[in-house]
Design a protein around this ligand. Structure first.
Ligand SMILES: [Ca+2]
Ligand SMILES: [Ca+2]
Ligand SMILES: [Ca+2]
Length: 437
């Protein structure tokens, strides 16, 4: 490692000397972070240097998103020639805040057009947005604010050779989508406010030439932080935002916001944010591959304690909202996290809330409760066997192998006498039900 660092250091030093730049950079981290400039970047750098009159600017790199360079090229004013944005800070200035310089390419040379200071010392992300039909792109910069859990987004317009801040707000998660397919972008911000524990979800778009918050909705108040946020179909043609968050005590919870051209509405609020979606694992995803994103929920199996406890076994179900805001179950499974598999409940089983699991010597025995006889009837057992451990072939005579992964072989067994009417399984069905997690 030391050798490699030294090599990078020497290369950089040599490059600095050869380019006539004699400033001796001693911060190894900066050396590694700073890639060598391309010829175009060098031209831009030189033009910028000349304009601001200093030679030792520090480049700033956006931390996330598509544009992670201190030099971002984009045709902002739609004249078919790319402008350059340079992010830097001036070591001679009191403020460490990042400055943005916009340079235009005219007559084969780079010309600094406008230079503006940002509100923070780091950039989270950079995006370009088409908010209005008659103007060029807006520059969207997410600023990382060191003293705050929230980032700050600032939208800049570029008009008459000036960058103007036209909108700003706090956010934790920012998404830019054309939600209504009119070829203009909308921005969705998810965040927290200091005033209330719950966050807000906001829809930001152009309203007659002004970029503004069109609508907002509160966020499920069980949220402490966001874990995964995605845009997708909610039902029919309706689209929305699926947000998975973590709670204070590390559980997962979800909220779903249905989006219209002028509206953002939490659907979980219809359930008064009941802890319906509180669970130990699983994110929103299109688990049954029908194009609509499914929301996971967990309920204790029959005979287990209610709520979340370590020894509990759950039915992990996935739900969709319909147009009236009702939740419809689209998929149900039992997850054995320790053994690393998920067992999908077959569609042929009419009632699945009467399925339960008994754990016997590391084996999971799946049974169905039959109310008429007030008894449990076994339907399937699954054994995850580590091949390093002894295996008594006689004891497991009627077991058949269904899968293997790493040192584990997975065996299933079906009861010889099938007592549970409507719940009997065949080996091929077990194969379809079994999935690794
Ligand atoms: Ca241009
Ligand atoms: Ca749109
Ligand atoms: Ca789905």
């Amino acid at each position: 490692m030391v050798k490699r660092l030294l090599y990078i250091f020497v290369c950089f030093w040599a490059a600095a000397v050869l380019s006539g730049c004699m400033k001796f950079e001693t911060n190894i981290e900066n050396l590694i972070k700073a890639p060598r400039l391309t010829a175009e970047q060098t031209d831009i750098h030189e033009a910028l240097q000349k304009a601001i009159g200093i030679s030792d600017i520090d480049f700033k790199y956006p931390k996330s998103g598509k544009y992670r360079s201190a030099f971002v090229m984009y045709d902002i004013d739609c004249d078919d020639v790319e402008e350059a944005l340079v992010f830097y800070s001036d070591p001679h200035e009191e403020s460490d805040n990042v400055r943005i310089s916009l340079l235009d390419y005219t007559g084969n040379t780079w010309r600094p057009v406008f230079d503006i200071s940002g509100p923070a010392t780091e950039i989270d992300t950079v995006e370009f947005c088409k908010f209005t039909p008659d103007k060029g792109a807006y520059i969207v910069i997410g600023w990382s604010v060191a003293s705050s859990r929230e980032n700050m987004v600032v939208v800049y317009s570029y008009e008459n050779e000036r960058l103007n801040s036209v909108y700003s707000d706090g956010y934790r998660v920012m998404l830019i989508e054309d939600i209504d397919h009119d070829e203009l972008d909308e921005m969705i911000l998810l965040g927290r406010t200091r005033a209330v524990k719950a966050g807000t979800a906001r829809l930001v778009a152009d309203d007659d030439g002004t970029i503004k918050t069109i609508d907002s909705s509160s966020v499920n108040y069980y949220f402490d932080d966001y874990k995964k946020v995605s845009f997708g179909r909610v039902y029919g043609d309706a689209v929305g935002i699926f947000a998975d968050g973590s709670t204070d005590d590390g559980m997962l919870v979800s909220d779903v916001f249905v989006l219209g051209p002028d509206s953002i509405d939490s659907l979980m609020v219809l359930y008064d944010y009941e802890p319906l979606t509180l669970r130990s694992s699983q994110y929103c995803s299109d688990i049954n591959e029908d194009g609509i994103i499914d929301i996971p929920m967990q309920q204790s199996l029959y005979g287990y304690e209610e709520g979340l406890a370590e020894e509990n076994v759950y039915m992990t179900s996935y739900y969709n909202f319909n147009e009236s805001g009702d939740l419809i179950r689209t998929y149900a499974s039992i997850i054995n996290e320790q053994a690393g598999y998920m067992l999908k409940m077959p569609d042929s089983w009419e009632e699945i809330d009467n399925i339960t699991v008994t754990k016997v010597n590391g084996e999971w025995i799946y049974s169905v409760y039959i109310p008429e006889t007030d008894s449990f009837e076994e339907v399937l057992r699954i054994l995850a066997h580590n091949v390093k451990d002894p295996f008594d072939k006689l004891e497991y005579e009627n077991y058949f192998e269904i899968a293997s992964r790493g040192p584990f072989k997975y065996y299933a067994a079906l009861p010889k006498e099938k007592e549970a009417d409507g719940y009997s399984l065949e080996a091929e069905m077990v194969d379809e039900m079994f999935n690794f997690i």
